[in-house]
Design a protein around this ligand. Structure first.
Ligand code: ZN
Length: 208
């Protein structure tokens, strides 16, 4: 059975296929398309992409996601953007519009990285796990870019994206004078956050 496809749907298909080919990032969790905020003058915004995906009936979400600051940029702040994300199990909805996607998904390596970058956050009342709002491409950044994004240990420069050495997991240990600025340190450089937890507990006036 051949189903007639409306012209606006065909147009959405063409845009989505070229957007994915140009800037899609695939990892273990699915496909992500990142757009810097206010990029609309130059290319499709996250909202434009979302509209096209709606036309194609592909389930997706939009999340806030940050990328490392550009070396040429005046500001050292992370670049804020929006990321359109399609869960791996929903990529089947793209296949009718983009047949090559079937192969692409089948070829995702078993050890492919995930979306989330989780860190331990020492608090006065214990350790919590926090997720950083990073663009899905963080595993592919160079060490220099990871350093600009402050994903290396602030003390010893260890690349915290490894997640292989249990003694060097990322902990968010902030400087007392800058309690609002995230500062990642490896487990070896901060005694697995225990010292910081005790310091915060003492500050809060609780017995540790
Ligand atoms: Zn370290």
């Amino acid at each position: 059975m051949t189903v007639a496809v409306a012209p606006e749907v065909r147009a959405a298909q063409r845009r989505i296929v070229s957007t994915i080919n140009a800037s899609g990032r695939l990892n273990a969790d699915g496909l992500a398309l990142w757009r810097e905020v206010n990029c609309g003058e130059w290319k499709a915004t996250a909202a434009d992409i979302s509209r096209d995906l709606d036309l194609l009936q592909v389930p997706h979400t939009i999340v806030t996601a940050f990328r490392f600051p550009l070396a040429t940029s005046y500001s050292k702040a992370m670049r804020e953007g929006e990321e359109v994300r399609i869960l791996r199990r929903d990529l089947a909805h793209l296949v009718p519009w983009m047949p090559s996607m079937e192969r692409t998904v089948a070829d995702i390596p078993e050890d492919a990285p995930h979306w989330d970058f989780s860190v331990f956050q020492p608090r006065a009342d214990g350790m919590v796990i926090a997720k950083l709002a990073l663009s899905a491409e963080w595993p592919a950044w160079s060490k220099k870019q990871a350093r600009a994004a402050r994903l290396v240990c602030a003390e010893c420069d260890y690349d915290l994206r490894e997640f292989k050495d249990e003694t060097r997991m990322p902990f968010d240990v902030r400087l007392p004078e800058r309690p609002k600025a995230r500062r990642l340190v490896c487990g070896q450089c901060c005694n697995d956050g225990v010292d910081e937890m005790e310091r915060l507990a003492a500050l809060a006036g609780k017995p540790s």
